[in-house]
Design a protein around this ligand. Structure first.
Ligand code: NAD
Length: 495
């Protein structure tokens, strides 16, 4: 967007009902939710909150679609073609989806134009390509018998997603689940439901049969719980906080031992050794690693673990970088610092930062609200020095634009500092010594390790997921599709 281009956030069309069985509905028994625009807290309208009865309706629609000839009866090739058609309809609405996502979430318009719509399209095409290439197995069974292993879809899959990447987060579940032959009920975050609703509507326009993809609006306490506990849901794929993941796992266990994939929180270390060639480049990558989307990223590099020899020089450069961050509405061309999703979340970040300082951390930059802006909630990019393991800022996810620094004198200490008792989602290592990089990468307990970069970029081919309390199972990559199939052994006696 050029700086002179005028963008009207009020001109965005929104959908105001659940999407169930191929149409928008607002059942009279539902509660209601006020939705606001994160950039300026402008009200976007009132949406229904799916009650248990509405959840039941959505799951019934998904169950019927799973059993239908129009979906369950499709050949793999036909299913692949349908998903590719869905991808091409999304692609033709790319600009609209990018604007919708930017206005109704914390994602900057420049980013959503580059990433969100493209990733959604790519995910569908990527998984569609696997559909007719996944073979079963014939096992080496005894003579007179034939033993087969078949990959089968689960049936109705519930996908529950957070607010930080609403569209790509939902699509990371929708695309592989549909590719595997399941039907889906998505529950987006109650703070950011709009892009998932439009995606489901476009799926219908592309010819996906009614009930194959449904979207329910609602909070976790009401809608999410009812969905997880529903007896006809066969698999739950959840992305969100570690605490909610634990609750969902318990509910899934107590309501039929349902399998779960859990993509949870992180407290990802960024380990910087003193042999790096270029401080400016590394400072740029570390800054982006914790500021991207206002730090509201599960894999945010929120702990800088750095050799004392280069600490001051690197921290100074990071402080320079963050001084240039421009907070503002997501649709403004000059904005580089995203808003915090809600006042509640901004208050939480503030509280965690203050507590960590009271416990002995030193504030090197930022540390409070951006007061100049009188709409929305913005937090100053913040650097905390002297983080120690007993501090709140070590234990808890900030989920905001905050990085906390831990320092080592001996490179051997770096791994011990990086180790976290709860989280193991991601880590990054900056060094020019590839032997050290590989040694560290193999030792660090994290589901994703980056060397000389922090973040996934636009590449979908590699799986993401946690170690330890950061969860289990994978989204993305080939492994992301395995999560939506179970295996059946079939024995044939022909002796
Ligand atoms: P959250 O856990 O509060 O909510 C996530 C989703 O779960 C929302 O849709 C919410 O309505 C729903 N939910 C809440 N309670 C529920 C319950 N009892 N039963 C069913 N559903 C329930 O998380 P959030 O604040 O929306 O998102 C931020 C969190 O998500 C952070 O912890 C972040 O690290 C994590 N996250 C993880 C990944 C990953 O891939 N590992 C990606 C993005 C975000």
């Amino acid at each position: 967007m050029s700086k002179s281009e005028k963008f009207n956030p009020d001109g965005i069309a929104l959908r105001y009902g659940h999407f169930i069985g191929g149409r928008f509905v607002r059942p009279p028994g539902d509660g209601s939710l006020e939705i606001i625009r994160p950039s300026d807290f402008h009200p976007l309208g009132t949406l229904p909150e799916a009650s248990a009865a509405t959840v039941d309706e959505a799951v019934a629609a998904a169950k019927a679609a799973f059993r239908s000839k129009q979906w369950g009866g499709l050949s793999p090739k036909e299913r692949a073609n349908l998903l590719k058609r869905f991808a091409s309809v999304l692609a033709s609405h790319g600009p609209e989806l990018a604007e919708l996502e930017a206005v109704t979430s914390t994602r900057l318009l420049a980013e959503t134009r580059l990433r969100e719509a493209n990733i959604a399209v790519e995910l569908l095409n990527y998984y569609a390509e696997y559909i007719d290439k996944i073979d079963g197995v014939v096992t080496p069974s005894e003579s007179g018998s034939l033993s087969l292993i078949l990959n089968e879809p689960y049936g109705v899959v519930a996908g529950i997603v957070p607010w930080n990447f609403p569209m790509t987060g939902a699509m990371a579940k929708i695309a592989p689940a549909l590719a595997a032959g399941n039907t889906v009920v998505i529950k987006p975050s109650e703070l950011t439901p709009f892009s998932a609703l439009r995606v489901a509507e476009l799926a219908s326009e592309a010819g996906l049969p009614d009930g194959v993809l449904n979207v329910l609006i609602g909070t976790g306490a009401v809608t999410g719980t009812a969905l997880v506990k529903h007896p006809d849901v066969r698999k739950i794929s959840f992305t969100g906080s570690t605490a909610t993941g634990a609750r969902i796992m318990a509910d899934a266990a107590l309501s039929g031992n349902k399998p779960v994939t859990l993509e949870l929180g992180g407290k990802s270390p960024v380990i910087v050794y003193s042999d790096i060639a270029d401080l400016d480049t590394v400072a740029g990558l570390v800054t982006r690693g914790f500021l991207y989307n206002g730090g509201q990223v599960c894999t945010a590099g929120s702990r800088l673990i750095i050799d004392r020899k280069i600490k001051d020089a690197l921290v100074e450069r990071i402080a320079d970088n963050i001084g240039k961050a421009v907070p503002g509405a997501t649709w403004q061309a000059e904005t580089t610092l995203a808003p915090i999703i809600s006042q509640k979340q901004a208050d939480r970040i503030d509280r965690l930062v203050r507590k960590t300082v009271e416990e002995g951390a030193i504030l090197r930059a930022g540390g409070g609200r951006v007061e100049a802006l009188n709409a929305g909630a913005f937090f100053q990019p913040t650097i905390l020095d002297g983080l120690e393991k007993h501090m709140t800022g070590f234990r808890e996810e900030f989920f905001g634009p905050v990085i906390a620094v831990q320092t080592f004198d001996d490179p051997e200490q770096a791994l011990a500092l990086a180790d976290h008792p709860t989280y193991g989602l991601a880590a990054s290592i900056f060094t020019n010594d590839m032997r050290r990089a590989m040694r560290t990468a193999k030792s660090v307990e994290a589901g994703t390790v980056w060397v000389n970069q922090h973040g996934r970029g636009l590449d979908l081919t590699s799986p993401g997921g946690g170690y330890k309390g950061s969860g289990f199972g994978k989204d993305w990559g080939r492994q992301g599709m395995d999560a939506y199939m179970h295996q059946k052994a079939v024995w044939i006696n022909h002796g």
